[in-house]
Design a protein around this ligand. Structure first.
Ligand code: HEM
Ligand SMILES: [Ca+2]
Length: 604
């Protein structure tokens, strides 16, 4: 089940970790229309032999055996049988002192496009059943008999330098939904379920399931539903009550609906969803002008296909080279070429791995910056906001031109340099003001890895073919002495280190922003989501493949066109990830001429 394509290990679907039990015993029967020219909303029938591959509500695959103490769900132990170090303790000893923000040569769109892409591919949802608040259970009473959801709440030491003085002894954490617990499929060990479509198909905008997708369509002229506030178009408003993220705060008036439930998480992701919703409606109107005979359904699907392809192009042409390094991305088939189109491989399972969603793709949390600037038309700083205080709180976005000012700020402000740490605010006060209480994203990420049975760092490094590590001393080849000493203090042996901890400490690869272990796990998934996607933008000879002319149009578009078309900004950096201080600006009116859809004109 393993072949080598340019040295990259590719697991095929009949391998031992491909969840065949789920597909054979528990998954619904699906019949596919082989001639369908559009993707289904939930991703089914992309792979015609295994119609559920890549669709929403399917299990993540594992690259390696799950690491659980009891082979099912209990958090793994260290080699000497002792408990792993507490996640918050790891944050405090190893990372917190490095949590200041240094300026990067990329702007905020690097982190924001990254999160936007994550929400397209992965929704590893916590289980919100059981007790309302896990921290209501006294922390010393938590054990294996506690409600499943609450077994891994995060303990805050009493001498915590940040929270010790305010008396917070517990941070909320809920175990992930699994096939066995939440989808009545007896998969052992516990296997988390992906509620997103793993394909890069803009399902975070349109919905990962049909009912959601339909609920945000107007069914007129291909448009998505919007609400107008002060003459500007926003995602539709919904009631706060019952909404995952808006619910937990006082004084919140605005709560948006969109394809993905995380739209209200913070104003960066909210702004992106609003921009892409506006962009959909602009494109669909342009298509209607060119093809007045097209029905609502055709307009909607053609626009969805257009937007999905554009996001793939931004991901592979613009984002991945910065993340993984351009030469590596090219070498491993992750860069699109005009001359060599993507050849679809139906044997490749287009699922995300547990190691990716529960570990490696969280490393870029290290580029999330603490402060967001509102910047005006003349580049004056109007205001700035702490990220953590505006999580689940979109109200300020809809006032005056604030969305435009935030997006301008994200464009012209250098982002956070990829340091081996998360910023101080999300390390201590994430969701500040929310009724969950303050959280530590790094501790959550470490805990999530353990929750879903991610194997330890050294094992994964080895799987990646990196030089073997047998002792803490071996780590000195690439880690600073102090970090190795702290790791030695925290963990029983070098084989016990958590994936996220090791991957975050590794110095970045040449030309990229993540270390070699994260690079390898990310490459594995982005290879699958390209070559395992029958509707990938430049796949030829499938029903619904783009014409060469259409593809040429799409390839000339970028995130900058979306920003120009949907905000009041009248110029953007030539390279959209470069903050202006490093980059030349281009006028929106000049670049928007490229948004010319004549290649879509149909001659009846
Ligand atoms: C911009 C600010 C961001 C914030 C406030 C944020 C916050 C969060 C939170 C609260 C979670 C849930 C953690 C859990 O319960 O396990 C999460 C998950 C995750 N984040 Fe972020 N994140 C941000 C940006 C990013 C970026 C830039 C990336 C990567 C490029 C990223 C990748 C992920 C991934 C892969 C997950 C797991 C998602 C899933 O499968 O459900 N995030 N993030
Ligand atoms: Ca998707």
């Amino acid at each position: 089940y393993i072949t080598e394509t340019n040295d990259l290990m590719v697991y095929y679907g009949d391998g031992p970790h491909s969840n065949s039990i789920y597909y054979n015993q528990c998954a619904p029967e699906v019949t596919c229309d082989r001639n369908a020219i559009y993707r289904t909303i939930n991703g089914e029938c992309n792979n015609l032999r295994n119609p559920l591959w890549g669709s929403s509500d399917t299990p993540y695959i594992r690259l390696l055996e799950a690491a659980y103490n009891d082979g099912d769900h209990e958090v793994r132990r260290q080699m000497d049988g002792s408990m792993l170090p507490r996640p918050r303790k790891i944050q405090l000893l190893l990372f917190l002192e490095k949590s200041r923000d240094f300026l990067d040569s990329n702007n905020y769109h690097l982190s924001q496009f990254g999160q936007w892409l994550t929400h397209d591919m992965s929704l590893l949802s916590p289980d919100f059943g059981g007790p309302k608040k896990c921290c209501d259970i006294p922390i010393e009473e938590i054990n294996n008999n506690s409600p499943y959801q609450c077994q891994l709440v995060i303990e805050v030491p009493t001498n915590d330098p940040v929270h010790g003085c305010n008396g917070q002894t517990c941070m909320e954490f809920r175990r992930a939904m699994t096939a066995a617990h939440n989808f009545s499929c007896p998969v052992i060990p516990q296997t988390p379920m992906n509620q997103a479509t793993s394909f890069i198909d803009s399902s975070q905008l349109y919905g990962h399931k049909l009912a959601k997708a339909n609920s945000i369509r107007t069914f007129v002229g291909g448009r998505l539903i919007t609400d107008i506030i002060d003459e500007n178009e926003f995602c539709p408003l919904k009631k706060r009550n019952g909404s995952l993220l808006c619910n937990g705060r006082d004084n919140v008036g605005i709560c948006f609906e969109a394809g993905d439930p995380r739209i209200n998480q913070h104003f960066g992701i909210t702004s992106y969803t609003i921009m892409f919703t506006r962009f959909h409606n602009i494109v669909t109107e342009m298509l209607e002008q060119i093809n007045p005979h097209w029905s609502d359904e055709v307009l909607y699907q053609e626009t969805r296909k257009f937007v999905g392809a554009l996001n793939q192009i931004i991901a592979y042409q613009r984002y991945l080279p910065i993340l993984l390094g351009k030469s590596y991305a090219k070498r491993y088939g992750l860069y699109l070429s005009e001359f060599k189109k993507t050849k679809y491989n139906p044997l490749l399972i287009p699922q995300l791995s547990v190691e990716f969603a529960g570990g490696a793709f969280r490393v870029p949390h290290n580029v999330v910056a603490s402060l967001y600037n509102y910047i005006g038309k003349n580049y004056e700083i109007l205001d700035s906001a702490r990220l953590n205080e505006f999580m689940s709180f979109s109200d300020p976005l809809v006032k005056c031109s604030n969305l435009d000012n935030i997006v301008r700020g994200m464009t012209v402000t250098p982002g956070r340099y990829f340091a081996p740490s998360y910023n101080y605010l999300i390390s201590n006060f994430m969701f500040h003001g929310h009724n969950t209480g303050d959280q530590d994203l790094l501790a959550v990420d470490i805990q999530r890895g353990r929750d879903v049975g991610v194997p330890p760092y050294i094992k994964i490094r080895e799987w990646c073919g990196l030089p073997p590590i047998d002792s803490f001393e071996d780590l000195l080849n690439f880690l600073p002495f102090e970090d190795v000493e702290t790791l030695r203090e925290l963990y029983a042996t070098v084989h016990d280190i958590d994936l996220l901890v090791g991957a975050l400490l590794e110095p970045p690869v040449d030309g990229g922003t993540v270390g070699p272990t994260a690079q390898c796990i990310l490459a594995d998934v982005f290879y699958r989501t390209r070559f395992g996607d029958r509707f990938f933008c430049d796949v030829e000879d499938q029903p619904g493949s783009f014409s060469q002319e259409q593809l040429d149009t799409l390839r000339n578009l970028d995130l900058g066109h979306v920003i120009c078309a949907t905000t009041e900004m009248d110029e953007v950096p030539f390279d959209i990830f470069d903050p202006t201080m490093y980059s030349q600006m281009v006028k929106c009116q000049d670049i928007l001429v490229k948004l010319d859809l004549s290649a879509w004109k149909e001659f009846p």
